[in-house]
Design a protein around this ligand. Sequence first.
Ligand code: PHE
Length: 358
Amino acid sequence: MTDMNDIAALKSKFAGLIDEANDLPALDAVRVAALGKKGEISGLMSTLGKMSPDEKKVMGPALNGLKKDVALLVETRKSVLEHIALEARLASESIDISLPVNIKTGALHPVTQVMEEMAVIFADMGFSVKEGPDIEDDFHNFTALNFPPGHPARDMHDTFFFPEDENGERKVLRTHTSPVQIRTMMSEEPPIRIIAPGRTYRCDSDQTHTPMFHQVEGLVIDKGTHMGHLKGCLMEFISAFFETDVDVQFRPHHFPFTEPSAEMDVRYERKGESIAIGTGDKWMEILGCGMVHPNVLRACGLDPDVYQGFAFGMGVDRLAMLKYGMPDLRDMFNADPRWLSHYGFSPLLQANLAAGLS
Ligand code: PHE
């Protein structure tokens, strides 16, 4: 028959085994040997039924106490072992961030690089960065920009339209970053000096067009702003961007949202396969610009007799190709890792004016 001495002996036996278990599987084996269905303590519990009432009175609570004590010891040991296991795992998975990184493994896409370079140049001139949604409504993409309903210029943009929603409205994938001009003028008081980089979409695809492309918009609104400010700003920008003196010309053009409007060309020449910017006798168009149209100012609640401004918009992908000599625009968005490792930029070398942009 079991007596109190046996119980004390069992308790110290299991306490010892639990203490010796130095990993979780070993501890679980001890738990099963003691408290499992066929375990030693469970075995003793099942003998209670055959005991006399007097014996039961003593042994019942004693066995229950033993069971509880051993279970508690197992739990305590378990949390110690879990802690040790976690520490070991953390130690084995730790990364020494002081080690040199293989910076060629990840690279910035040239579009990202060029957008950062542009932001750095314009930030130096006091511009801040604004963003707007890729999915626009007709008001921001067209109407407020002085494209009246039914105006043919709406078709010129090869717009991707969404199906009509429940209000009969058709949203669009923005065809340019100019809607950010509207969002900014409607939410901020002048003076305004912002650039808005982002994705734009037109239903068009060939060697120099992709259905998704990138633009950087610029907007300046203040009192007494004139065309001279526009020209000075863009000439300064383009020389900083190409990191050399660049000869430019402004050619009259038409945009519904600017008046007067112009396109800016840069002087270039072909040298064999590559293109040299700044020299030569050819002109290449690189951006559209103009003085913000009075109708656009009015649509945004600004009085054109008080405020004037200029805006510009340029294709980032195009400028990236020119600056870094990529032959085909479509390669930019093919997600080919070989192309990216060739043309990509180190993520650790951020563009900055003091050290040189690229
Ligand atoms: N939004 C015009 C385009 O995509 C570019 C532009 C922007 C022209 C701002 C003038 C002023 O073609």
